[in-house]
Ligand binder design. Structure first.
Ligand SMILES: Cc1cc2nc3c(=O)[nH]c(=O)nc-3n(C[C@H](O)[C@H](O)[C@H](O)COP(=O)(O)O)c2cc1C
Length: 218
């Protein structure tokens, strides 16, 4: 580590480049201690929020019946989307990264109820005007997704994994009722959380930043 480097880059770069959406390699048998979830949530709350409002709340679901109900809503929300997408991708691209993603997503949809912990990040929307402009939505979503990603990084550092999912939000009203979410609060995701089977994850294939970066002007 040279004297100008603040953190050990071999560690931080590996964390940033190998924190993947984990589905097939979630360990459905190993219990997750409450303490670990609390620790990772405490770290996630260091994330930035618009106006330093910190309008976030988190629902952690371990109750088996509630997880089953959430999994039902997730599948209802998904409809045939995942099957259709997997078939279409397999027909067009064969065994590509996209085909693997949809196969993995289908696996998760079938087993979501068995993932030991469901974490649902929520954000306050009670300050939003009617039909908010796009800038307001940027403020709302931008005030919870940094924390979600920090939570996922903290999990990965401790040998756990998760996948950011949103399909149950298509049944938002039913999910609000199930979880007692008050008016003025919006669920933004559902993160199935478990220990991972093995801890070796690889960077994904992504096009180089140079292809999508515009210096000084678009
Ligand atoms: C806004 C958002 C919504 C997502 N919704 C879902 C989802 O409902 N179900 C799912 O299995 N994955 C979902 N994902 C995960 C993506 O499929 C995943 O990030 C992508 O396949 C790339 O894989 P990687 O994260 O391992 O690089 C979502 C990701 C984002 C950012």
């Amino acid at each position: 580590m040279d004297s100008m480097t603040v953190f050990d880059l071999s560690v931080t770069d590996a964390l940033l480049s190998t924190t993947r959406a984990v589905r097939k390699r979630l360990d459905l048998e190993r219990p997750v201690p409450r303490q670990i979830i609390n620790e990772c949530l405490d770290l996630s709350l260091q994330a930035p929020t618009g106006s330093n409002r910190q309008g976030w709340s988190w629902i952690v679901v371990t109750d088996a019946e509630k997880r089953a109900a959430l999994a039902d809503l997730y599948r209802k929300g998904a409809g045939t989307y995942l099957q259709d997408a997997e078939q279409e991708s397999a027909a067009q691209n064969g065994e590509s990264q996209d085909t693997r993603v949809f196969s993995s997503a289908l696996y998760l949809a079938e087993r979501l109820q068995d993932v030991p912990v469901h974490v649902i990040p929520c954000i306050s929307v009670d300050h939003l005007e009617e039909n908010p402009p796009r800038a307001a939505w940027a403020g709302v979503m931008g005030s919870i997704f940094p924390a979600i990603w920090s939570f996922q990084l903290a999990l990965r550092s401790r040998g756990l994994g998760s996948a950011l999912t949103t399909l149950h939000l298509r049944c938002e009203d039913e999910a609000n009722q199930l979880l007692g979410v008050p008016d003025g609060v919006m669920q933004v995701a559902l993160l199935p959380v478990a220990y991972t089977i093995g801890t070796d994850f690889k960077p994904a294939k992504r096009p180089p930043a140079s292809e999508i970066t515009h210096w000084e002007q678009w």
